[in-house]
Design a protein around this ligand. Structure first.
Ligand code: PLP
Length: 355
Protein backbone atom coordinates (compact mmCIF):
# COMPACT_ATOMS: atom_id res chain seq x y z
CA UNK A 1 0.00 0.00 0.00
CA UNK A 2 1.23 3.49 -0.75
CA UNK A 3 2.19 5.41 2.37
CA UNK A 4 0.42 8.43 0.87
CA UNK A 5 -2.88 6.81 1.92
CA UNK A 6 -1.87 7.41 5.56
CA UNK A 7 -1.54 11.16 5.03
CA UNK A 8 -4.14 13.76 5.93
CA UNK A 9 -6.92 13.59 3.30
CA UNK A 10 -6.49 17.23 2.26
CA UNK A 11 -2.75 16.66 1.79
CA UNK A 12 -3.41 13.59 -0.38
CA UNK A 13 -5.53 15.85 -2.59
CA UNK A 14 -3.01 18.71 -2.67
CA UNK A 15 -1.21 19.61 -5.89
CA UNK A 16 2.07 21.57 -5.89
CA UNK A 17 1.79 25.35 -5.98
CA UNK A 18 1.71 26.47 -9.59
CA UNK A 19 4.85 28.61 -9.60
CA UNK A 20 5.73 30.98 -12.46
CA UNK A 21 7.33 29.15 -15.39
CA UNK A 22 11.11 29.41 -15.59
CA UNK A 23 12.38 29.07 -19.16
CA UNK A 24 15.87 30.05 -20.33
CA UNK A 25 16.27 32.86 -22.86
CA UNK A 26 12.84 34.33 -22.29
CA UNK A 27 11.65 37.73 -21.08
CA UNK A 28 10.34 36.92 -17.62
CA UNK A 29 7.42 39.14 -16.84
CA UNK A 30 5.51 36.43 -15.01
CA UNK A 31 6.87 36.51 -11.44
CA UNK A 32 6.88 40.16 -10.38
CA UNK A 33 10.68 40.10 -10.11
CA UNK A 34 12.88 43.18 -10.39
CA UNK A 35 14.74 43.72 -13.68
CA UNK A 36 17.69 45.00 -11.66
CA UNK A 37 20.44 42.39 -11.51
CA UNK A 38 23.04 42.77 -8.79
CA UNK A 39 26.64 41.60 -8.92
CA UNK A 40 26.75 41.17 -5.13
CA UNK A 41 27.93 37.73 -4.11
CA UNK A 42 29.05 36.68 -7.57
CA UNK A 43 26.50 33.92 -8.05
CA UNK A 44 26.03 32.02 -11.32
CA UNK A 45 22.29 32.70 -11.27
CA UNK A 46 20.98 36.27 -11.04
CA UNK A 47 19.69 37.10 -7.57
CA UNK A 48 16.88 39.29 -8.88
CA UNK A 49 15.27 36.06 -10.12
CA UNK A 50 13.66 33.44 -7.94
CA UNK A 51 15.71 30.28 -7.52
CA UNK A 52 14.57 27.10 -9.24
CA UNK A 53 11.32 25.91 -7.68
CA UNK A 54 13.08 22.59 -7.08
CA UNK A 55 16.81 22.65 -7.87
CA UNK A 56 17.35 19.77 -10.29
CA UNK A 57 21.15 19.50 -10.28
CA UNK A 58 21.25 19.65 -6.53
CA UNK A 59 18.58 17.00 -6.22
CA UNK A 60 20.44 14.67 -8.60
CA UNK A 61 23.71 15.20 -6.73
CA UNK A 62 22.14 14.50 -3.32
CA UNK A 63 20.32 11.44 -4.65
CA UNK A 64 23.56 10.07 -6.02
CA UNK A 65 25.30 10.76 -2.71
CA UNK A 66 22.58 9.12 -0.61
CA UNK A 67 22.08 6.14 -2.93
CA UNK A 68 18.53 6.69 -4.19
CA UNK A 69 16.81 7.82 -7.38
CA UNK A 70 16.24 11.56 -7.86
CA UNK A 71 12.45 11.11 -7.62
CA UNK A 72 12.90 9.45 -4.22
CA UNK A 73 14.42 12.58 -2.65
CA UNK A 74 13.27 16.05 -1.69
CA UNK A 75 15.91 18.55 -0.64
CA UNK A 76 14.99 20.54 2.45
CA UNK A 77 16.24 23.41 4.62
CA UNK A 78 18.21 21.08 6.84
CA UNK A 79 16.63 17.81 7.87
CA UNK A 80 14.73 19.86 10.48
CA UNK A 81 12.38 21.05 7.74
CA UNK A 82 11.81 17.46 6.66
CA UNK A 83 10.68 16.52 10.19
CA UNK A 84 8.17 19.37 10.08
CA UNK A 85 6.93 18.43 6.59
CA UNK A 86 6.40 14.79 7.56
CA UNK A 87 4.44 15.59 10.71
CA UNK A 88 2.30 18.20 8.97
CA UNK A 89 1.58 15.89 6.05
CA UNK A 90 0.65 12.82 8.07
CA UNK A 91 -0.87 14.01 11.34
CA UNK A 92 -4.39 15.37 11.70
CA UNK A 93 -4.15 18.03 14.42
CA UNK A 94 -5.66 16.89 17.70
CA UNK A 95 -6.18 13.34 16.41
CA UNK A 96 -3.00 11.62 15.23
CA UNK A 97 0.18 10.96 17.15
CA UNK A 98 3.93 10.78 16.62
CA UNK A 99 5.87 7.99 18.31
CA UNK A 100 9.46 8.43 19.41
CA UNK A 101 11.97 6.80 21.69
CA UNK A 102 13.10 8.68 24.73
CA UNK A 103 15.55 10.24 25.04
CA UNK A 104 15.89 11.29 21.45
CA UNK A 105 16.14 14.40 19.30
CA UNK A 106 13.80 17.01 20.83
CA UNK A 107 12.76 18.50 17.49
CA UNK A 108 10.36 15.59 16.87
CA UNK A 109 8.39 16.65 19.92
CA UNK A 110 8.69 20.32 19.03
CA UNK A 111 7.22 19.91 15.55
CA UNK A 112 4.56 17.51 16.85
CA UNK A 113 3.47 20.22 19.30
CA UNK A 114 3.26 22.77 16.50
CA UNK A 115 0.92 20.44 14.61
CA UNK A 116 -1.03 19.63 17.80
CA UNK A 117 -0.11 15.97 17.38
CA UNK A 118 0.50 14.01 20.56
CA UNK A 119 4.06 12.77 21.01
CA UNK A 120 4.10 9.34 22.62
CA UNK A 121 7.56 8.71 24.04
CA UNK A 122 8.77 5.19 24.72
CA UNK A 123 11.79 4.89 27.03
CA UNK A 124 14.94 3.36 25.63
CA UNK A 125 16.64 0.63 27.64
CA UNK A 126 18.91 2.72 29.88
CA UNK A 127 20.47 -0.39 31.40
CA UNK A 128 21.37 -1.59 27.90
CA UNK A 129 23.21 1.57 26.74
CA UNK A 130 19.92 3.20 25.75
CA UNK A 131 19.09 0.59 23.12
CA UNK A 132 15.79 1.31 21.37
CA UNK A 133 13.07 -0.98 22.72
CA UNK A 134 11.43 -1.97 19.46
CA UNK A 135 8.87 -4.28 21.06
CA UNK A 136 7.77 -1.48 23.39
CA UNK A 137 7.59 0.91 20.42
CA UNK A 138 5.35 -1.50 18.53
CA UNK A 139 3.14 -2.06 21.60
CA UNK A 140 2.80 1.68 22.20
CA UNK A 141 1.38 2.32 18.72
CA UNK A 142 -2.28 3.24 18.51
CA UNK A 143 -4.57 3.32 15.48
CA UNK A 144 -3.64 7.01 15.20
CA UNK A 145 0.14 6.56 15.19
CA UNK A 146 1.04 8.03 11.83
CA UNK A 147 4.75 8.73 12.17
CA UNK A 148 7.44 6.86 14.10
CA UNK A 149 10.87 8.49 14.36
CA UNK A 150 13.90 6.35 15.03
CA UNK A 151 17.13 8.26 15.24
CA UNK A 152 20.15 6.12 14.40
CA UNK A 153 22.70 6.88 15.75
CA UNK A 154 20.49 8.45 18.35
CA UNK A 155 20.91 11.97 19.67
CA UNK A 156 21.83 12.28 22.58
CA UNK A 157 22.70 8.67 23.44
CA UNK A 158 24.90 7.77 20.44
CA UNK A 159 23.28 4.31 20.12
CA UNK A 160 22.51 2.91 16.66
CA UNK A 161 19.49 0.79 15.78
CA UNK A 162 20.58 -2.61 14.46
CA UNK A 163 19.13 -3.60 11.07
CA UNK A 164 17.23 -6.59 12.52
CA UNK A 165 15.29 -4.31 14.88
CA UNK A 166 14.51 -1.82 12.15
CA UNK A 167 13.13 -4.62 9.98
CA UNK A 168 10.93 -5.77 12.86
CA UNK A 169 9.50 -2.28 13.22
CA UNK A 170 8.98 -1.82 9.48
CA UNK A 171 7.23 -5.19 9.21
CA UNK A 172 5.00 -4.54 12.22
CA UNK A 173 3.92 -1.11 10.92
CA UNK A 174 3.51 -1.94 7.20
CA UNK A 175 0.47 0.00 5.91
CA UNK A 176 -0.01 1.59 9.35
CA UNK A 177 2.69 4.22 10.04
CA UNK A 178 5.51 6.02 8.32
CA UNK A 179 8.73 4.80 9.93
CA UNK A 180 11.25 7.63 9.64
CA UNK A 181 14.90 6.74 10.19
CA UNK A 182 16.87 9.85 11.03
CA UNK A 183 20.39 9.21 9.77
CA UNK A 184 21.85 12.61 10.69
CA UNK A 185 24.93 10.98 12.27
CA UNK A 186 25.17 7.79 10.20
CA UNK A 187 28.61 8.59 8.80
CA UNK A 188 30.10 8.15 12.28
CA UNK A 189 28.45 4.80 12.96
CA UNK A 190 28.75 1.16 11.94
CA UNK A 191 25.24 0.57 10.56
CA UNK A 192 24.55 1.03 6.85
CA UNK A 193 21.94 3.47 5.62
CA UNK A 194 18.48 1.96 5.35
CA UNK A 195 18.24 3.32 1.79
CA UNK A 196 18.51 -0.17 0.26
CA UNK A 197 15.21 -1.08 1.98
CA UNK A 198 13.18 1.60 0.21
CA UNK A 199 11.84 -0.57 -2.60
CA UNK A 200 10.84 -3.27 -0.15
CA UNK A 201 9.17 -0.99 2.44
CA UNK A 202 6.88 1.78 1.15
CA UNK A 203 6.41 2.91 4.78
CA UNK A 204 10.13 3.74 5.18
CA UNK A 205 11.33 7.36 5.02
CA UNK A 206 14.92 8.45 5.68
CA UNK A 207 16.36 11.79 6.76
CA UNK A 208 19.83 12.87 5.69
CA UNK A 209 21.73 16.09 6.28
CA UNK A 210 24.84 17.95 5.20
CA UNK A 211 25.04 19.56 8.66
CA UNK A 212 27.04 16.95 10.54
CA UNK A 213 29.82 14.76 9.13
CA UNK A 214 29.87 16.58 5.79
CA UNK A 215 30.53 19.85 7.57
CA UNK A 216 27.97 22.24 6.07
CA UNK A 217 25.56 23.11 8.89
CA UNK A 218 25.68 26.73 7.72
CA UNK A 219 24.28 25.81 4.30
CA UNK A 220 21.02 24.51 5.84
CA UNK A 221 20.58 21.64 3.45
CA UNK A 222 19.21 18.20 4.08
CA UNK A 223 16.92 15.70 2.42
CA UNK A 224 14.03 13.38 2.99
CA UNK A 225 14.19 10.13 1.06
CA UNK A 226 11.27 7.77 0.47
CA UNK A 227 8.97 6.25 -2.13
CA UNK A 228 8.44 8.46 -5.20
CA UNK A 229 4.75 9.05 -4.43
CA UNK A 230 5.48 10.06 -0.82
CA UNK A 231 8.16 12.47 -2.05
CA UNK A 232 5.75 13.92 -4.59
CA UNK A 233 3.27 14.54 -1.79
CA UNK A 234 5.87 16.24 0.45
CA UNK A 235 6.94 18.30 -2.54
CA UNK A 236 3.42 19.75 -2.65
CA UNK A 237 3.58 20.59 1.07
CA UNK A 238 6.99 22.29 0.96
CA UNK A 239 7.04 26.00 0.08
CA UNK A 240 8.21 26.67 -3.49
CA UNK A 241 11.75 28.08 -3.85
CA UNK A 242 12.62 26.49 -0.50
CA UNK A 243 16.37 26.62 -1.04
CA UNK A 244 17.91 30.02 -1.77
CA UNK A 245 20.19 30.53 -4.77
CA UNK A 246 23.35 31.02 -2.61
CA UNK A 247 22.62 27.74 -0.83
CA UNK A 248 21.90 25.84 -4.03
CA UNK A 249 25.09 27.04 -5.67
CA UNK A 250 27.17 26.45 -2.55
CA UNK A 251 25.91 22.88 -2.20
CA UNK A 252 26.27 22.17 -5.95
CA UNK A 253 29.90 23.25 -5.63
CA UNK A 254 30.42 21.22 -2.47
CA UNK A 255 29.09 18.07 -4.10
CA UNK A 256 31.60 18.41 -6.93
CA UNK A 257 34.61 19.57 -5.00
CA UNK A 258 37.48 17.99 -3.14
CA UNK A 259 35.88 19.45 -0.02
CA UNK A 260 33.59 16.46 0.26
CA UNK A 261 36.51 14.05 0.16
CA UNK A 262 38.19 16.12 2.87
CA UNK A 263 35.06 15.94 5.01
CA UNK A 264 34.99 12.18 4.54
CA UNK A 265 38.61 11.87 5.56
CA UNK A 266 37.90 13.96 8.66
CA UNK A 267 35.24 11.48 9.84
CA UNK A 268 37.85 8.91 10.84
CA UNK A 269 39.68 11.62 12.79
CA UNK A 270 36.52 12.58 14.68
CA UNK A 271 35.84 8.94 15.53
CA UNK A 272 39.42 8.49 16.79
CA UNK A 273 39.14 11.70 18.83
CA UNK A 274 35.80 10.54 20.25
CA UNK A 275 37.34 7.27 21.44
CA UNK A 276 40.40 9.04 22.87
CA UNK A 277 38.22 11.54 24.76
CA UNK A 278 35.95 8.81 26.08
CA UNK A 279 38.97 6.90 27.40
CA UNK A 280 40.39 9.99 29.14
CA UNK A 281 37.12 11.36 30.52
CA UNK A 282 36.10 8.00 31.91
CA UNK A 283 38.97 8.29 34.40
CA UNK A 284 37.94 11.61 35.95
CA UNK A 285 36.80 10.83 39.51
CA UNK A 286 33.58 12.85 39.21
CA UNK A 287 32.53 10.98 36.03
CA UNK A 288 30.22 8.12 36.93
CA UNK A 289 29.46 6.79 33.47
CA UNK A 290 30.43 7.34 29.86
CA UNK A 291 28.23 5.70 27.26
CA UNK A 292 29.63 4.26 24.04
CA UNK A 293 28.72 6.30 20.98
CA UNK A 294 28.42 5.90 17.21
CA UNK A 295 28.08 9.64 16.63
CA UNK A 296 30.23 12.77 16.91
CA UNK A 297 29.21 13.24 20.53
CA UNK A 298 28.92 11.13 23.64
CA UNK A 299 26.94 11.21 26.83
CA UNK A 300 28.39 11.20 30.34
CA UNK A 301 26.89 11.13 33.82
CA UNK A 302 28.66 13.10 36.52
CA UNK A 303 28.36 13.72 40.25
CA UNK A 304 27.42 17.38 39.96
CA UNK A 305 26.34 18.33 36.43
CA UNK A 306 25.58 21.91 37.40
CA UNK A 307 29.13 22.41 38.62
CA UNK A 308 30.63 20.79 35.51
CA UNK A 309 28.48 22.99 33.26
CA UNK A 310 29.43 26.07 35.23
CA UNK A 311 33.14 25.33 35.31
CA UNK A 312 33.39 24.49 31.61
CA UNK A 313 31.40 27.62 30.74
CA UNK A 314 33.81 29.72 32.83
CA UNK A 315 36.57 28.31 30.65
CA UNK A 316 34.47 29.25 27.60
CA UNK A 317 33.73 25.64 26.69
CA UNK A 318 30.04 24.94 26.06
CA UNK A 319 28.51 21.52 26.68
CA UNK A 320 24.86 20.42 26.59
CA UNK A 321 23.15 19.64 29.89
CA UNK A 322 20.52 16.86 29.65
CA UNK A 323 19.66 17.00 33.34
CA UNK A 324 15.97 17.68 32.65
CA UNK A 325 15.43 14.26 31.06
CA UNK A 326 18.54 12.35 32.20
CA UNK A 327 19.65 13.40 35.70
CA UNK A 328 23.36 14.21 35.89
CA UNK A 329 23.89 13.69 32.16
CA UNK A 330 25.85 15.95 29.84
CA UNK A 331 26.37 15.56 26.09
CA UNK A 332 29.79 16.44 24.74
CA UNK A 333 30.36 17.08 21.02
CA UNK A 334 33.68 15.98 19.60
CA UNK A 335 35.58 18.97 18.24
CA UNK A 336 39.16 19.47 17.10
CA UNK A 337 42.16 18.21 19.07
CA UNK A 338 42.61 21.79 20.25
CA UNK A 339 38.98 21.92 21.41
CA UNK A 340 39.53 18.70 23.36
CA UNK A 341 42.53 20.26 25.06
CA UNK A 342 40.38 23.16 26.23
CA UNK A 343 37.69 20.79 27.43
CA UNK A 344 40.08 18.53 29.32
CA UNK A 345 41.79 21.57 30.84
CA UNK A 346 38.42 22.80 32.14
CA UNK A 347 37.58 19.36 33.57
CA UNK A 348 41.03 19.18 35.22
CA UNK A 349 40.19 22.26 37.29
CA UNK A 350 37.37 20.30 38.93
CA UNK A 351 39.81 17.61 40.02
CA UNK A 352 42.28 20.17 41.33
CA UNK A 353 39.51 21.74 43.46
CA UNK A 354 39.04 18.51 45.32
CA UNK A 355 42.72 17.90 46.07
C1 PLP B 1 19.15 13.64 15.12
C2 PLP B 1 19.09 14.92 14.41
N1 PLP B 1 18.29 15.02 13.35
C3 PLP B 1 18.18 16.17 12.66
C4 PLP B 1 18.88 17.28 13.05
C5 PLP B 1 18.66 18.55 12.28
O1 PLP B 1 19.77 18.88 11.55
P1 PLP B 1 19.70 19.84 10.30
O2 PLP B 1 18.41 20.57 10.31
O3 PLP B 1 20.85 20.75 10.49
O4 PLP B 1 19.83 18.96 9.11
C6 PLP B 1 19.73 17.23 14.15
C7 PLP B 1 20.47 18.42 14.59
O5 PLP B 1 21.12 18.49 15.59
C8 PLP B 1 19.82 16.02 14.85
O6 PLP B 1 20.59 15.89 15.94
Amino acid sequence: MSIVKLARPEIQALTPYDAAAQVNNTVRLNANESPLSSSIGNFRRPLNRYPEVRPQRLQAALASRFGCRANQLLDTRGSSEAIDLLIRAFCIAGVDNVLTSSPSFEMYRHFAMIQNAENIQVPTLAENDFAVDVDALISACTSNTKVIFVCSPNNPTGASLPRTKLLRLLDARQNLSAVVVDEAYIEYGTEDSAVDLLDQYPNLMILRTLSKALGFAGARCGAVVGSADAIEMLNAVQAPYALATPVVECVEDVMQSAQLALAEQAIAGVIAERERLIAVIRDFPFVKKVWPSEANFFLIRVDDAELVMQRTAEQKVLLRDFGCSLPGCIRISVGSHQDSKRLLGALETLVEDRL
